[in-house]
Design a protein around this ligand. Structure first.
Ligand code: 6MZ
Length: 357
């Protein structure tokens, strides 16, 4: 794509629905944190620096990297810092609605509970200064006190259950999500290394979440486990992430159920889950008008941005500006926030249509 078209992708309003907090940390922040821990003798900086700067990683290597990132980021102060930076980074490329997901973590050695982890996340959200943030269902109005309308981003949270967790730990996460609803927690995600854990372990917590009215999205089909994919589709989540390794029968089922798919192009290519962009299932789903949304997954780990994902889709699948704009706007239908937010977002896109013609 030409440079000016990339600029166009940046200026278009966008909706991000699949972004993992710890996967979206800036490289520069990770390097700075690693240097600090290196100086304290907790890690060997040069070993870590090479891992952070490495470009291509298999899916297996990505999960090893997350264990490393968590060593660097998981204290309350740093969780607050990365949350602030990640929200500001998305806002700076005109993401107008962000559903940020993160796994609440317990670490007794530093006095961290899942709740205090999430409180640190919320603190990060409140400390965002470069943009106005609407994060609670009641809504924070745009600051017009100095007579100018500032840029605004809607932020909602999904709490992730890691596939390494037990039924009890998953249930704790769901209960926490319910308690934090007033702070903008809208749903639950199931993620983590897809070859670890068994779907049935998480089912009681996911069922409970759904009964209580939380929305659910599942990482589904990152590896070719057709039995699990079928069980996940039978559960009827409101959205699924990836949908890479579906057999024919499950593919038909997905299409007939019309479950919206969060598509993460760069992530799938970098992790070699899909061998090349021209055979990516985006093309088939898009042609079939299946509900889908372009997302980053881990913009830090995969050195991407949502604008780049649009630009990539445009060059790989020949989408014009109208189609890209439509794709971005359609995502409003699949967000987990209420009708009022959807209406606000539609108005933002309406204004942008005139501006971006
Ligand atoms: C599955 C993924 C993932 O929660 O610590 N995560 N899970 N597939 C992926 N595709 C590459 N990318 C990220 O963010 C990092 C965590 O998100 C999940 C993993 O559980 C990872 O540890 P948080 O903020």
């Amino acid at each position: 794509m030409r440079r000016q078209d990339m600029e166009w992708c940046v200026s278009m309003p966008k909706v991000e629905l699949h972004a993992h907090l710890n996967g979206s940390v800036r490289d520069s922040t990770l390097i700075e944190l690693a240097r600090d821990l290196g100086e304290k003798g907790i890690i060997v900086f040069s070993d870590v620096e090479n891992v952070i700067r490495k470009d291509d990683r298999t899916l297996h290597e990505v999960f090893k990297l997350f264990d490393l990132i968590h060593i660097l980021t998981t204290d309350h102060y740093t969780v607050t810092r990365i949350t602030k930076e990640v929200i500001e980074d998305f806002a700076s490329e005109n993401v107008v609605y962000l559903e940020l997901r993160t796994t609440p973590k317990r670490n007794d050695s530093i006095g961290m509970s899942k709740r205090s982890y999430m409180e640190a996340v919320m603190e990060g959200l409140r400390s965002v200064s470069s943009v106005d943030v609407d994060y609670a269902p009641s809504g924070l109005k745009t600051d017009t006190s100095n007579g100018t309308t500032r840029k605004k981003i809607y932020v909602r949270f999904l709490l992730s259950i890691d596939r390494r967790e037990s039924t009890e730990a998953a249930m704790e996460t769901v209960k926490l999500a319910l308690e934090m609803r007033d702070l903008g927690v809208v749903g639950i995600d199931l993620s983590g290394n897809p070859i670890v854990g068994d779907w049935t372990t998480f089912l009681p917590a996911l069922k409970f979440a759904r009964e209580q009215g939380l929305y659910i999205t599942l990482h589904c089909g990152e590896v070719p486990n057709q039995e699990e994919i079928k069980a996940m589709l039978d559960f009827s989540p409101q959205r699924i992430g990836h949908a890479c390794c579906f057999g024919e029968e499950n593919w038909r089922k997905l299409k007939s159920l019309k479950i919206p798919v969060e598509i993460c192009l760069t992530s799938n290519i970098r992790t070699e889950t899909i061998s090349s962009i021209d055979i990516h299932h985006f093309a088939d789903l898009h042609k079939a008008k299946h509900p889908l949304v372009l997302c980053t997954d881990d913009s830090g780990v995969f050195s991407t941005s949502l604008s780049r994902e649009y630009s990539l889709a445009s060059s790989a699948f020949g989408l014009g500006k109208t189609e890209m704009f439509q794709l971005a706007e359609n995502a409003i239908d699949f967000i987990f926030a209420d009708e009022g937010v959807k209406e606000d977002l539609r108005a933002i896109f309406e204004v942008a249509t005139e501006r971006l013609d």
